[in-house]
Design a protein around this ligand. Structure first.
Ligand code: ADP
Ligand code: ZN
Length: 576
């Protein structure tokens, strides 16, 4: 903001100073008229050399000699001065006639200053306007029907989640005839390089609609209002595209949609304006706008809730790091158009644990470069091997590719612990997926079970649920020993505590306060510290039960954990 103001002001100021000095210079120094003493003037007067006298003001007079030379001298200021001169036949003028040049120079200067300033302002306005427009950035509609889901390996669940958007864009009338509304905004979240951009592009390709991509940071400008105006122009462009439907993709949406700190105005009006412009544009969609906005972020939880409300970005799709299976597909995909030798793809997919798609892509690319440098006819394992060391050295420090095998083992036993307790205690709940691939939510791995939809949960169920939650820690303790339990159970314990406390303090399922409710007791200022004691006892009892359940199934735990270490993700069928 400051930059542009300074820039636009400096030139006019400089022009002004320049013209002012030029003006003063011309007035007072170019026309330097020789000053002579009054006595010299008198002698010239007596010698009848003077033709005209100009009385410029009360202190100075000028006079012109017969030969045309000009001089200046002091005005004697006597009353008879003018009369004396007139008597000597000298023309006396009460002012000094300026030459045309002198007369107009000041106005010319002022006018030209104004003119130049105007031109400058106009051109600078033009410039800002240009940088305001989306055209100056590359929000060109990309249309690439060949780029489809095939270009993205793995993330099958994510692809499934956007399939209906593709269908809608292909045939909006059909959905409209059912009165269905297209999802307006979709947020793709997940680690960098997992293929969020890829998925959005593939949706556009599958549906054969134009794809407009911009990054959130393109909207964050030092100039107030530019971001908002860019948003409006982007949407205008999108609305006016020939097909009447399209995908708008905004990468790094957090640049404009980050949660406000402490709820207070963060002082970034610019960002708020941009965010508001985006929300306004989205809520302005009507039935005839077949525009789907897809946005990407690394973390969903940092986004402003206003962005996530219904009718805005109300569909959230996690894009995860690829598991071993997906990595194999990604390696295959990126080797497809390259001269690949007899590469042991399966081994590479094993070695690239915790690699993102982007990193696998760069691994293969690096290998291709190495092979090319060596003039090797094909890309071979040795090239990938060398590329692997290069890539790892580059990434080594900052991330978790190097999660030690021991950590992988712990995660596997922990997750299978959950899964076994769930299968045994709550067989009606499906364990649909167990994985040791970390999710963006911060867990080292996770077990996904689908709870039965029930209106009420009984005491028996809650206890079993707590057993499932404690299953992870129990498995760790049984396999690795009491002294080697980890922090990995942190979240499980939190949830477990919550259930235990609610049972005893709110659901009337405990002894300490019996059927009393903690909410009422605390509103009456009655303290019930001993509730904690009962919660502790309850959880400890349940933990013992959980441990003995797992001990009884130790063999199963070993087998499935090893399978999980190998495959990284297990599905329902693998657990049966
Ligand atoms: P993000 O938007 O999540 O940061 P991108 O979509 O930009 O990631 O992915 C960067 C590159 O990584 C892609 O161009 C592609 O080459 C590669 N890539 C990432 N994920 C995959 C995947 N699932 N399948 C194939 N290639 C992938
Ligand atoms: Zn756990």
């Amino acid at each position: 903001m400051k930059k542009i103001k300074l820039k636009s002001i400096i030139l006019p100021i400089m022009l002004f100073i320049f013209s002012l000095s030029a003006f003063l210079f011309s007035k007072y120094s170019t026309k330097s008229i020789e000053n002579i003493s009054y006595t010299q003037f008198k002698s010239k007067l007596n010698n009848k050399k003077i033709s005209t006298v100009y009385i410029i003001n009360s202190s100075k007079i000028r006079f012109k000699l017969l030969n045309g030379q000009l001089y200046e001298t002091d005005n004697p200021g006597t009353d008879s001065f003018k009369e004396n001169l007139l008597n000597k036949n000298i023309t006396v003028l009460e002012n000094y006639p300026l030459s045309n040049m002198e007369k107009y120079s000041s106005s010319i200067l002022i006018l030209s200053t104004m003119w130049i300033t105007l031109i400058y302002l106009k051109s600078s306005k033009f410039k800002t306007k240009k940088s305001l427009s989306v055209d100056s950035m590359d929000a060109i509609a990309l249309e690439n029907p060949d780029f489809t889901f095939k270009n993205m390996a793995g993330n099958e669940e994510a692809k499934e989640s956007v399939q209906d958007v593709v269908d809608f864009l292909i045939n909006p009338e059909k959905y409209k005839s059912y009165g269905a509304r297209i999802p307006r905004g979709i947020i793709l979240y997940g680690d960098p390089g997992t293929g969020k951009t890829l998925l959005a592009k593939a949706v556009a390709g599958e549906a054969k609609v134009p794809f407009y991509a911009m990054s959130g940071s393109d909207f964050v400008q030092v100039y107030v209002g530019v971001g908002a105006s860019r948003i409006r122009q982007l949407f205008k462009k999108a609305r006016n595209n020939k097909k009447g439907k399209c995908i708008i993709f905004i990468d790094e949406i957090d640049a404009i949609g980050k949660k406000r700190e402490n709820g207070a105005a963060s002082g970034s009006d610019e960002r708020d304006q941009t965010l508001n412009a985006l929300l306004t544009e989205m809520s302005g969609f009507n039935e005839n706008n077949n525009i789907v906005v897809m946005a990407a972020t690394n973390r969903l939880d940092t986004l402003d809730p206003a962005l996530l409300r219904p009718g805005r970005f109300d569909r959230h799709i996690e894009i995860t790091l690829p598991d071993i299976c997906a990595r194999e597909k990604i390696i295959n995909l990126h080797l497809k158009n390259k001269p690949a030798g007899d590469i042991d793809i399966h081994t590479w997919s094993e070695k690239t644990a915790y690699f993102s798609g982007a990193k696998i892509e760069s691994l293969i690319n690096e290998a291709a470069i190495i092979a090319c440098k060596e003039n090797s006819p094909k890309i071979e394992d040795i090239h990938i091997d060398r590329a692997f060391s290069i890539i790892l050295a580059g990434y080594e420090k900052k991330n978790r590719d190097y999660i030690k095998d021991i950590d992988k083992n712990i995660t596997a036993y922990h997750e299978i612990g959950h899964a076994i307790v769930s299968l045994k205690m709550l067989p009606e709940e499906k364990v649909s997926k167990v994985t040791i691939i970390p999710s963006t939510k911060g867990a080292g791995g996770y077990t996904l079970s689908i709870p039965e939809d029930r209106l009420y949960q009984n005491k028996n169920y809650l206890i079993k649920k707590m057993m499932v939650l404690l299953g992870g820690r129990a498995a760790e303790e049984i396999i690795f020993g009491k002294d080697y339990i980890t922090t990995g159970a942190h979240n499980d314990l939190k949830k477990c505590t919550n259930i235990a406390y609610n049972m005893i303090a709110r659901y009337g399922m405990g002894d300490t306060i019996g059927l009393l409710s903690i909410e009422e007791l605390s509103s009456l200022n009655i303290n019930q510290d001993n509730i904690i004691d009962e919660c502790k006892k309850l959880v400890n009892t349940i933990y013992k039960k959980t441990k003995s359940l797992i001990i009884n199934n130790r063999n199963l735990l070993e087998v499935k954990s090893n399978l999980l270490i190998k495959n990284e993700t297990l599905f329902e069928k693998d657990l049966k």
